[in-house]
Design a protein around this ligand. Structure first.
Ligand code: SF4
Ligand code: SF4
Length: 135
């Protein structure tokens, strides 16, 4: 089970970003089994991607444009507005400029998340599929 500490406090700016941004199809991390998300994920190469519903939105986005599984959402959603970046197979985080409040998220937050992530392993084959999917 994921450590709840690995989570950003988004500023809840009512931008409803899950409804507007492409990150609304979160990729599950290598240690996040689809069964943790009711099996509602599709295999794309070595990665599992949360299924979309009609309109292309994440299947967990409800009619009120809220996440139906917020306390248990995937890690990629917990990290946002930081996004994973891989350089020479080292994991880094960079702020997604599409977040309406992106200027509020600094290096201190990124360092906290990276420290929490340090114990998790990203297999090389998984990184290849992830980078190619997120291009
Ligand atoms: S799982 Fe929840 S937070 Fe993540 S994209 Fe879907 S609706 Fe948004
Ligand atoms: S745009 Fe940024 S601050 Fe606003 S809801 Fe989305 S993640 Fe939170």
């Amino acid at each position: 089970m994921l450590d709840i500490e690995i989570s950003m406090d988004c500023r809840n700016c009512a931008n409803h970003c899950c409804g507007f941004m492409p990150h609304c199809r979160p990729v599950l991390m290598p240690w996040e089994p689809p069964s943790q998300f009711f099996g509602l994920a599709d295999k794309k190469g070595k990665i599992n991607v949360i299924r979309k519903r009609r309109g292309g939105y994440c299947i967990f986005l409800n009619e009120q444009c809220q996440c139906a599984i917020y306390p248990h959402r995937p890690l990629e959603c917990r990290l946002f507005p930081f996004k994973l970046k891989f350089t020479d197979y080292n994991v880094k985080l960079e702020v997604d400029q599409r977040c309406a409040q992106h200027h509020l998220f600094g290096q201190e937050s990124a360092n906290r998340l990276l420290t929490a992530l340090a114990g998790y392993k990203f297999p090389m084959s998984w990184i290849w599929s992830y980078v190619s999917y997120r291009k």
